[in-house]
Design a binder for this molecule. Structure first.
Ligand code: PRP
Length: 195
């Protein structure tokens, strides 16, 4: 009996901490989906005459944006992934970018679109543009769902941008804090404990 009362109390405490920690909505699911449709329409028009587009998603954060964006395109496209590491497990950007996994297919002579979830300092995207160009593609462009304009440390072009946001820490729609909250359908704000 004591065991079951203890178990129930533990569940209540867990439920309370999860529900009170729910990130505040910054960009709603509806607004994200509308913007994804707009971006897909723009990309489809821009690449209408160029043949196949190779979309390169940056793991892990871009996996949801890439999935939604790619399915809204009306042009031929293939999917690749690349993995880099920049932040480690804290919320402080080191500026150092490390390649963890390169594209699997041959992208030489092809049109490449790098797909990012977020551009913060810009170091990662700048590094990735250089990386992609080393494969000698026909062209390299960039798409990002969100950009922290105030945090930019390097000049980097985002050809297809979803939203500009402030300097808050955001989670959801692929973005995480210490691997949590990536699967939220919206972009929410949290306050990291190590910032
Ligand atoms: C995030 C994001 C970008 C990068 C942007 O990745 O997905 O790749 O940081 O930061 P920057 O503009 O300051 O370089 P993160 O290292 O958090 O890995 P994840 O995508 O696996 O969460």
């Amino acid at each position: 009996m004591v065991f079951f009362i203890g178990l129930t109390l533990a569940h209540c405490c867990y439920y309370y901490s999860v529900t009170t920690d729910t990130p505040e909505v910054l960009i709603s699911e509806d607004d994200i989906q509308k913007r994804v449709v707009e971006l897909a329409s723009q990309i489809s028009a821009d690449y209408a005459d160029t043949g196949e587009l190779v979309m390169v998603g940056v793991l892990k954060g871009a996996f949801i944006f890439l999935a939604d964006l790619s399915r809204r395109l009306s042009i031929p496209r293939t999917i690749e992934f690349i993995a880099v590491s920049s932040y480690g497990s804290t919320s402080v950007s080191s500026g150092a970018v490390r390649l963890v996994m390169d594209v699997r297919g041959n992208i030489e002579g092809k049109h490449v679109l790098i797909v990012e979830d977020i551009v913060d300092t810009g170091h990662t995207l700048k590094y990735l543009i250089g990386m992609m160009k080393s494969h000698r593609p026909a062209s390299v462009k960039t798409a990002a769902l969100v950009r922290k304009a105030e945090s930019a440390q390097v000049d980097v072009t985002i050809d297809y941008l979803g939203f500009d946001i402030g300097n808050e820490w955001v989670v959801g729609y692929g973005l995480d804090y210490a691997e949590q909250d990536r699967t939220l359908p919206y972009i929410g704000i949290i306050k990291p404990t190590d910032s």
